[in-house]
Design a protein around this ligand. Structure first.
Ligand code: ADP
Length: 214
């Protein structure tokens, strides 16, 4: 199973990325975590990106793409959950080219949908718990604006390619996780059974309402 996670900050990419990785026994490649690890260890790379991270701005493409290349090569043609990249259309194209080169193109682009009021609430709560440098009100609003500006438009491209799956991620994390795993398991059967078949985007964001959630 090869999954790209595309979602605004605070939607739960990290949490669900771990759930998917554990369930399928595949690596969770999280660019934000990899970058923060460099900052903590005060590596040369960490020092060069710290200011970008603190301000909620994007670090240069070549830095994150090099990290993803290493992680893809380590995954040796197997599955992966990529979390935090692509964030721009240019990154989406670059990671697609890389995946074609290594014969590891994504099966699913998983979009976690959550409304802004809830995102801000979650990020401020995380700020109180974990004290992440980029979880202040000002930086949160910059990261959200950046998401809508440059990341959200990528979803249309995945929709056209037929690999987009959108889920309602406003519900409690455990429910969202079960929903994602169920969906991916069903998709895996389809993909394994008929790998080259044309696909259509799947919109499951209305499921909460269908079952009486508010
Ligand atoms: P969130 O999704 O909550 O904003 P992440 O942990 O994914 O958090 O990313 C944190 C920060 O790391 C981003 O604000 C950005 O500075 C940097 N970053 C992560 N992934 C990328 C990427 N693909 N391209 C550029 N910068 C990135």
């Amino acid at each position: 199973m090869r999954v790209l996670l595309v979602a605004p900050p605070g939607a739960g990419k990290g949490t669900q990325g771990v759930v998917i990785a554990e369930h399928f026994g595949i690596p969770h490649i999280a660019t934000g975590d990899l970058l923060r690890d460099h900052v903590e260890r005060e590596t040369e790379l960490g020092q060069s990106v710290q200011a970008c991270l603190d301000r909620g701005e994007l670090v240069p493409d070549e830095v994150v793409l090099a990290m993803v290349r290493d992680a893809f090569e380590a995954a040796k043609g197997g599955g992966y959950v990529l979390d935090g990249l692509p964030r721009t259309m240019a990154q989406a194209r670059a990671v697609y080219e890389l995946a074609v080169e290594l014969d590891m193109t994504a099966d699913v682009a998983l979009h976690l949908q959550v409304e802004d009021d809830e995102l801000v609430r979650r990020l401020l709560a995380r700020a109180a718990e974990q004290g992440r440098a980029d979880d202040t009100a000002e930086v949160i609003s910059r990261r959200l604006a950046l998401y809508y500006d440059v990341t959200h438009p990528i979803l249309e491209w995945y929709g056209e390619r037929g690999i987009l799956v959108s889920v309602d991620a406003r519900r409690p994390a455990e429910q969202v996780g079960r929903h994602i795993i169920t969906t991916l398991e069903v998709m895996r059967q389809m993909i394994d059974g008929n790998p080259g078949a044309p696909r259509r985007a799947i919109d499951l964001t209305g499921l909460g309402a269908a079952f009486g959630a508010t």
